[in-house]
Design a protein around this ligand. Structure first.
Ligand code: ATP
Ligand code: FE2
Length: 337
């Protein structure tokens, strides 16, 4: 078992996923266990997610250690998701991380969740300096590295793409998560229904699109003139075209030669096809993060923790407070200088 220089245990706890990843300092993932809270109905209730994570956190840590064939004594660094996310949930990750770090007397580092999505993508796809489209249940961000930060070139002004899709699926009576189900339905139609396409400058808005779809589903024509497959198809064509337009404009502006697609919605084949097509038009390399590491996971937190630790050392305990609203462009990235 080669574990170069040491092992980092990374804890992801920003929303529905409690995940623990064990990664060595060369970037090899030795263990990764996810435990996802799925609401019986409706959206995420922070208090219920918190209870779920509190019940499961220890089992997940033990399983990840077992998968990595090591014990807590072999861990030399603790990383945790410090921002952004739901306060009560971030707090559990931070608390468990502080306890582990203090009991074991090993350093601790806090990690911005959005930056972690990019860093694990750079590592896994062996890509140096991409323009990143990060699309998930909580985020919709087009970003690239410039002037020592991951700058945001475009983002949603209201709800995220994944949240919009999940809300539509819920209105249509489909269980959470709706993304994969909407994708399957969309494959069965090519009947496009016109929907609001809202790109403002470089930013996007999905709330008007959601309302329009809700009206379609509630209308008397639903099931007669058009069916759910047509709605799913039109939703994907409209919202993914919006994402593709902004990504292409950011690509023209930044002149990056690589594009990275990540986040839970990156699993969608139609979105992948659209982004790939603009990359081909621009002669740009295109990569999508392997699905197991595209959604929320502890390995991305561990790896980004290692990068920060290597360039700046561990955090003082006073620096380990959570920051539910912190933007990724607020944080400097010393390891890319
Ligand atoms: P973040 O905290 O980064 O915002 P998250 O908590 O939403 O992430 P992820 O696992 O990154 O978690 O993303 C989940 C989202 O991805 C859900 O909205 C889900 O519906 C969506 N999704 C998953 N698979 C697909 C798919 N095939 N097509 C479209 N959306 C998908
Ligand atoms: Fe995420």
């Amino acid at each position: 078992m080669e574990k170069e220089e040491g092992l980092c245990l990374g804890i992801e706890s920003t929303a529905h996923t409690w995940s623990v990843g064990i990664v060595d300092f060369s970037g090899k993932v030795h263990g990764l266990v996810n435990n996802v809270y799925i609401p019986e109905e409706g959206g995420l209730h922070p208090a219920l997610v918190r209870e779920h994570h509190l019940k499961n956190f220890k089992g997940v840590i033990l399983k990840a250690l077992q998968e990595a064939k090591c014990s807590l004594n072999d861990i030399s660094l603790i990383a945790f998701s410090q921002s952004p996310g739901l306060g009560p949930i971030l707090r559990i990750g931070a608390l468990v991380a502080r306890l582990l770090s203090q009991f074991r007397k090993i350093p601790i580092v806090g990690v911005n969740h959005c930056i972690a999505h990019i860093e694990i993508g750079r590592l896994m796809c062996d890509i140096e300096d991409p323009l990143t489209l990060y699309v998930s249940g909580g985020n919709t961000i087009i970003s690239a590295y410039e002037s020592a930060r991951y700058q945001i070139f475009g983002e949603t002004l209201d709800i995220s793409i994944g949240n919009m899709i999940d809300m539509v699926a819920r209105d249509a009576g489909l269980a959470h998560p709706g993304g994969p189900k909407i994708e399957k339905l969309a494959e069965k139609s090519n009947n496009y229904i016109s929907l609001p396409y809202v790109v403002k400058g470089m930013d996007l808005s999905f709330s008007g699109l959601y309302t329009a779809i809700r009206h379609l589903i509630e209308s008397s024509e639903f099931g007669k003139k058009f069916v759910l497959e047509d709605v799913a198809y039109s939703l994907q064509e409209t919202s993914f075209s919006m994402l593709t337009e902004v990504t292409e404009r950011a690509l023209a502006h930044t002149k990056k030669s690589e594009v990275l697609l990540t986040g839970g919605v990156a699993a969608n084949k139609r979105l992948q096809e659209m982004i790939k097509s603009i990359c081909e038009d621009h002669g740009t390399r295109y990569e999508v993060v392997p699905l197991k590491l595209a959604g929320d996971n502890g390995a991305m937190i561990a790896w980004t923790g290692i990068l920060r630790f290597k360039s700046e050392g561990g955090f003082d305990l006073s620096q380990t407070n959570i920051n539910p609203k912190e933007r990724m462009d607020n944080i400097t990235i010393p390891w890319r200088n």
